[in-house]
Design a protein around this ligand. Structure first.
Ligand code: GZL
Length: 321
């Protein structure tokens, strides 16, 4: 075959290949994910939202995002709107464990799979969601309990604990309490003398601690705060009352956010149990696998650890949130 004809054939073949590639790429429909976020109540939640939005962008997934201001009815409304918009996948962090059957049954009837992130739900019909990606809060509570056992192993007690609980009815609040109880229930020197919800906010933690300081004062040995924001609010209240948090009273917290690390470096939080908000990449991988028809495990647990005050200064520079 003459060289010019050979060249023409090569050019035609290359053009045909390029066209096929473009068509098949264009055919790959962009996935649309509807995400119903709890709110913006804490530094942990802010970091979680940043992780989800940046991971969606990175993955080329079209993200519809809503903030429920910590109200279940707003999350339900958002999920209903995603059903109406016929998104490919719905994901959300359930503000509380109960009350999800009706709206998740509607999603199932519409053929839209649901992924839980961060917090779990209490439903009989496990087919109402595909998988749950997030921390094991019960284990987090156990880790905090074991730290307390070790910290007070040579102390006869009583060791009086005041507890700042997270949002009433939420999985982290229920399980961080239950995990602690699993450890201390066999050791009578530990007593929870007061327990009240600060709703995972700094203001809530401060308000509850102001009341605890008035009622219990120097009787308090330990503050058990279900997240850093409430621990930081409690620290403000204790300092305003002339107390030295981290010294007169041990402060145990959860999340291991930057604010928590700063308080540990300042000697005001004694231990911070990590709870990673960086769930975005795992969520987007799960969404793509789901749309591609792959089987997902029912539970994807995030790996986490515990940071005692002694390592805070050295580790803080490496932290991502
Ligand atoms: C835990 C998450 C909790 C954090 C709080 O995974 O649901 O909610 O511990 C946040 O900081 O408000």
């Amino acid at each position: 075959m003459e060289p010019t004809k050979r060249m023409t054939l090569r050019v035609l073949l290359a053009a045909a290949f390029a066209l096929t590639a473009v068509t098949s790429h264009a055919d790959e429909k962009k996935i649309t994910l509807g995400f119903a976020q709890v709110g913006a109540e804490s530094a942990w939640r802010t970091a979680n939202t940043v992780s989800i939005k940046s991971a969606a962008k990175e993955a080329g997934i079209n993200l519809k995002f809503s903030d429920a201001q910590q109200k279940q009815e707003n999350q339900i409304k958002a999920i209903r709107s995603y059903i109406a918009q016929k998104v490919d996948v719905i994901a959300f962090s359930p503000v509380v464990e109960s009350g999800w059957e009706p709206v998740l049954t509607e999603a199932k009837a519409a053929g839209i799979p649901v992924i839980l992130t961060d917090r779990s739900i209490d439903v009989k019909d496990q087919s109402l969601y595909t998988t749950m990606i997030g921390s094991d809060f019960l284990e987090e509570g156990r880790r905090a309990g074991k730290w307390l056992e070790d910290r007070y192993r040579n102390d006869a007690g009583p060791i009086n604990i005041v507890e700042l609980q997270g949002t009433v009815g939420s999985a982290p609040a229920n399980d961080r309490h239950a995990g602690l109880m699993e450890v201390i229930k066999n050791d009578p020197k530990f007593k929870i003398i007061a327990s009240q919800s600060g709703d995972f906010t700094l203001a809530g933690g401060k308000q509850v601690m102001e009341a605890f300081v008035k009622t219990y004062g120097k009787q308090m040995n330990v503050v058990y705060a279900h997240n850093d924001d409430m621990a930081l609010g409690a620290i403000q209240a204790m300092e305003e009352a002339g107390m030295k948090p981290g010294k007169d009273v041990s402060v145990v917290s959860f999340d291991a956010t930057h604010g928590g690390f700063q308080a540990m470096v300042a000697g005001k939080i004694n231990v911070d149990v990590e709870c990673s908000p960086l769930l975005g990449p795992q969520l987007m991988t799960a969404v793509k696998d789901l749309v591609a028809g792959k089987q997902l495990p029912k539970r994807i647990v995030t790996n986490e650890t515990v940071f005692p005050q002694s390592v805070a200064a050295q580790i803080m520079p490496q932290r991502k949130y």
